[in-house]
Design a protein around this ligand. Structure first.
Ligand SMILES: Nc1nc2c(c(=O)[nH]1)N[C@H]1C(S)=C(S)[C@@H](COP(=O)(O)OP(=O)(O)OC[C@H]3O[C@@H](n4cnc5c(N)ncnc54)[C@H](O)[C@@H]3O)O[C@H]1N2
Ligand code: MOO
Length: 440
């Protein structure tokens, strides 16, 4: 255990300095959501790839419908039907029209589309509200349509390349692939893309007192909430989370469990067992050896070097960080108190996950807000305190939720931000201006 007291900023900087973005891989488009693109993607074919109709209606020549009204309609011969996906297009000559569906290619000769509502729909009555189904008006029927309004050239036509042209930059490297970006990649025909993969994060809780939710709670036992909260937080940060149920307070079992998990881990997160108690098993299991050979059952997995530290922080004072196993997989050992582990995740694990992902921004947004409270906030001297709160963006105010206790999970569940009380402050008066971390 380091004897020095680490600041929050130095601990975070130390973690981020040791973590590199994961190597890029080619991923199927459907699996690339939330990942960071590592290539510039150019457009191979224009979008739309051809001039097409934006309405269900009739493809016409402009001169044929000039001056048309409902009283004096332009009467055109219908030469065929063009559905979206249609390949054989009937040419539209003078005095002719083709029935055309939204998305269907504009046929040769046609210059514009008249929506069906501006015609009699071929039924011979007043203004149509819809087209007759294809079955009752076959393409070869050769009927007539009465057009009630003129159209300008290009009306209701989506021009080839009006979205993007071939050779344009569709998405630049560094783009985070959200739903619209995935949609664009699909639209230009990309089935797979080069991205940084989602990190695989193994979350492991420790403590012989822990019982899995849904099971009967024995005397002196509590439910394991940390592994659920942290696995959820890892997923929300963009990782693939593997939640390992609670490991009992036994250093040998913990080492073996961690070693078993390394094969599927880009990052290991443990909770509990990092304080100064007689059963603080994470510290016992990981802190005693630097680089062991991994031969004996009680050895720390080779490649290990986890440093246990005291931070000038509340909650979250005891923390461990290092690497473990042959691939030097980063490991963050968080304290067991539920609020401590969650706050530690937000401050240290989330940025680590987002660094592994190659995210352009790894931190939560921070804002300044006015403290709304009935009495002053108290904070221990020399420790940066992270209180839970609710932020009101309209009022620019933040209200504490619950107290400072690191066991207050119910209050945490009702908070949407962390209120930061600087190390030097021991009391914050209502109305004071404070930094707030938005939890999103
Ligand atoms: N003599 C001292 N005692 C403690 C100190 C200290 O400096 N001197 N530090 C305190 C602080 S601060 C913290 S934080 C905790 C950290 O303790 P550990 O990381 O060793 O965690 P545990 O002892 O295993 O558990 C603490 C607490 O949290 C509960 N817990 C643990 N895991 C879970 C879980 N998965 N789900 C729900 N709750 C969990 C556990 O039952 C304990 O109540 O140490 C203080 N002590
Ligand atoms: O540091 Mo502990 O995390 O204060 O409860």
């Amino acid at each position: 255990m380091s004897s020095t007291i680490w600041s929050v900023d130095d601990h975070l900087a130390d973690i981020l300095a040791a973590i590199r973005p994961l190597d890029p891989i080619e991923l199927h488009l459907a699996d690339a959501q939330g990942c960071v693109l590592v290539e510039d993607v150019t457009v191979p074919v224009a979008l739309p790839p051809f001039d097409n109709s934006s309405m269900d209606g009739y493809a016409v020549r402009v001169a044929d419908v000039q001056g048309a009204t409902e009283e004096f309609p332009a009467v055109l011969t219908v030469v065929g039907d063009i559905a979206a996906g249609g390949a054989e297009l009937p040419a539209v000559g003078p005095g002719e029209a083709a029935r055309i569906m939204t998305g269907a290619p504009l046929p040769p000769g046609a210059e514009a589309v008249v929506p069906v509502e501006w015609t009699d729909g071929g039924a011979g009555g007043g203004a149509a509200t819809t087209m007759l189904p294809a079955g009752s008006a076959p393409a070869t029927a050769g009927g007539e349509v009465r057009v009630h309004r003129p159209v300008a050239a290009g009306a209701h036509v989506r021009e080839r390349g009006s979205d993007v042209s071939a050779g344009d930059l569709a998405l630049a490297r560094g783009t985070v692939l959200g739903p619209p970006q995935i949609g664009l990649l699909a639209a230009i025909g990309r089935g797979s893309v080069r991205v940084r993969p989602r990190p695989r994060v193994v979350v492991l809780s420790t403590g012989s007192e822990l019982v899995q939710p849904g099971e009967a709670l024995g005397e002196g036992r509590i439910y394991d909430s940390n592994s659920f909260a942290l696995a959820a937080a890892a997923r929300e940060a963009g990782a693939i989370a593997y939640r390992v149920g609670a490991v009992t307070d036994d250093a040998g079992i913990l080492r073996a469990t961690i070693e078993d998990q390394l094969v599927r881990a880009d990052l290991v997160v443990t909770t509990g067992g990092v304080s100064v108690g007689a059963y603080d098993v994470v510290k016992e299991a990981l802190s005693d050896v630097g680089e062991a050979d991994g031969d004996g059952a009680d050895d720390v997995p080779s490649g290990s070097g986890v440093d246990f530290r005291t931070l000038a922080m509340q909650p979250g004072k005891p923390q461990g960080f290092g690497t473990i196993g042959p691939d030097h997989t980063p490991l963050l050992a968080l304290p067991g108190n539920p609020v401590s582990s969650y706050v530690s995740f937000e401050l240290f694990v989330r940025p680590a996950i987002r660094t592994l992902m190659g995210m352009p921004e790894v931190h939560r947004p921070r804002v300044r807000a006015r403290l709304k409270a009935d009495e002053p906030l108290r904070s221990p001297e020399g420790r940066r305190q992270f209180l839970r709160g609710t932020y009101d963006p309209d009022a620019g105010a933040v209200t504490p939720v619950g107290g400072a206790g690191s066991h207050l999970v119910a209050a945490l569940a009702h908070a949407d931000c962390l209120i930061v009380v600087p190390e030097a402050d021991t009391a914050i008066e209502p109305g004071a201006d404070l930094e707030v971390v938005l939890l999103g």
